[in-house]
Ligand binder design. Structure first.
Ligand SMILES: NCCCC(=O)O
Length: 541
């Protein structure tokens, strides 16, 4: 899924590669590198001009790099992996782990190499350039064999030199030329087989390639990979650590991270580079039976808290779209359609809202076909608790059917035996009153009347409903309705002397606007016509 170091030759068309394998180029991980043939410096004095490939095209000069039978047998003993008894080179061009061109005999140079999957290209190179070179692949032993052989050659004062094939940088060659002399090859554009061989000796980009879907599926990881890069010093440091502790990759990585915070801190994605996901907010902002602008601010604060907390959705940047649902079914549906058509709908994790029970039913019905979660913070109606009917609807507020148990216990505690309800017809919110009536009656409390008044009532008629309650001598009244109706009802209660001062108890919703009784304001600014002043309303409440 992620390869942090792919060597790209200068003649490689990376676009073809990235298209074919659905990967993306995330830039260079380190300064450029290349493959090369290297001669240990202590053995480089033997022949002037040893740093040129032509020395291997001539049988007599190439023989300077041949090995005695003893040395060759010694090297060959490291050409296979003892655990599997297989040669590091099992390719068709190898015999007992060694490639020997047909034009070669024992006086040919011996080129030490690591693994043929990295350096097998050299076979074609040797054949095409008719080099007098045999190759022996010694796997990981390449890290130490050249040093051992160099020491032995120097000790015995043999007239032989040594050559190895490796990439640079590597734990063997590093980037500096303090240990090895590099053999020069012709530039790749002059070689007919440059695609396969020649450009191997040119500078390669060391790039990071990632599966292209990572950008969407794990954007922070993608962004971190994009930013990740090692300076030349960083890289040499890592290689030096590896040379000292071969194979201890995790330990080396961990130690390096602990000691080099300054180098890797900038790789951490900023919140803007995280995956953005959206919540589609539907709020009662204005022109509504129920208005609560503060909910928007509360949701924004929750969002800020989530984004600031690395234990919740660490890799995501949560954003919210804010729209006004007006507590009207058509406005809520309109907003939902907007979200579905929204350009980043695929990143929409769900709907927050709506506020009012009357608008939930059509929305929850439709969203289940879109498999979109709807979470209301305020719709209390009991109808939506059927999980099979509304599998995608959830809420953070309790369903109001629970009120019936509270009413029962309260009335029993206070010894109240008769109660009435006055609610607005057609609201989903007030459906719980019927359940309350059943429970209270089953427990010996008389539900004197469950009166509903029509939404399009004439203003004057409200007194008719209150008069009925008064005539029936009921003093405990559950009045669950929205602000506009409450102002009208409580004004009539003032006129008919049905207030607390006259011994009446009204149960009104706790979510009414803080200034719900301010009739002077609503009459002046909202074209209402409640015939009580604010002062009189304060007396009522
Ligand atoms: N919580 C205020 C809105 C009530 C409702 O419609 O469920």
């Amino acid at each position: 899924m992620v390869n942090l170091e792919v060597w790209i030759a200068p003649d490689t068309n990376l676009i073809e590669f990235t298209n074919a394998y659905q990967v993306k180029d995330c830039g260079a991980v380190a300064p450029a590198g290349r493959f090369g043939w290297f001669v240990p410096l202590p053995l480089a004095y033997l022949v002037p001009g040893m740093d040129h490939w032509r020395i291997f095209a001539d049988e007599s000069t190439a023989s300077l790099f041949s090995m005695s039978d003893r040395d060759f047998n010694y090297v060959q003993s490291f050409a296979r992996l003892s655990a599997t008894d297989k040669f590091y080179c099992e390719e068709s061009f190898c015999t007992t782990g060694i490639f020997t061109p047909t034009h070669c005999n024992t006086s040919c140079a011996v080129l030490l190499a690591g693994h043929p999957d990295e350096t097998g290209f050299v076979v074609q190179h040797i054949l095409e350039m008719k080099l007098f070179v045999r190759v022996i692949w010694v796997g990981p032993n390449l890290k130490w064999l050249p040093d051992t052989l160099t020491a032995s050659y120097l000790n015995e004062k043999t007239n032989h030199s040594l050559v190895l094939l490796s990439h640079m940088p590597s734990p063997i060659t590093m980037w500096d030329n303090s240990k090895f002399m590099s053999v020069a090859f012709p530039p790749c554009e002059t070689l007919q087989t440059s695609q396969n061989v020649g450009c191997k000796y040119e500078l390669h980009r060391l790039v990071k390639l990632v599966w292209s879907r990572l950008e969407v599926g794990a954007k922070p990881a993608y962004e971190a990979v994009q930013k990740m890069s090692f300076s030349r010093d960083n890289y040499l440091d890592l290689l030096a650590r590896y040379s000292q502790q071969p194979g201890a990759v995790e330990k080396i990585a961990c130690e390096w991270l602990v000691e080099n915070k300054v180098s890797w801190k900038p790789w951490i994605p900023t919140s803007d580079e995280k995956n953005v996901i959206y919540i589609g907010g539907i709020f009662p902002i204005s022109v509504s039976t129920y208005t609560a602008k503060g909910i928007v601010r509360a949701a924004e604060m929750a969002l800020e808290a989530v984004n600031a907390n690395d234990t919740i959705l660490r890799d995501y940047n949560l954003k919210m779209k804010v729209n006004n649902g007006e507590c009207k079914a058509e406005a809520v549906m309109n907003t939902f359609i907007y979200y579905v058509l929204f350009s980043v709908y695929k990143k929409l994790v769900g709907i927050l809202g709506p506020a009012c029970s009357d608008t939930v039913e059509p929305l929850a019905g439709v969203t289940k076909h879109f498999r979109t979660v709807v979470i209301s913070y305020s719709a209390e109606g009991s109808t939506f608790s059927d999980r099979s009917k509304y599998p995608y609807f959830f809420r953070t507020i309790g369903e109001n059917t629970q009120y019936k148990f509270v009413y029962l216990q309260l009335f029993q505690k206070l010894g109240w035996e008769q109660v009435a309800a006055l609610t607005e017809d057609g609201h989903k919110y007030t459906e719980y009153i019927s359940h309350t009536q059943d429970l209270l009656q089953a427990n010996g409390i008389t539900f004197v009347v469950n009166r509903k008044f029509p939404r399009d009532r004439e203003k004057a008629s409200m007194s008719k409903y209150l008069q009925e309650l008064k005539n029936k001598k009921v003093h405990i009244i559950i009045g669950d309705m929205f602000d506009v109706a409450v102002r009208d009802v409580m004004c009539q209660a003032y006129n008919l002397k049905m207030t607390a001062q006259e011994g009446y108890v009204w149960f009104l919703p706790q979510w009414l606007a803080p200034n719900w009784y301010d009739t002077d304001y609503y009459n002046a600014h909202h074209l209402e016509n409640v015939m009580c002043s604010t002062t009189q309303m304060i007396d009522v409440s």
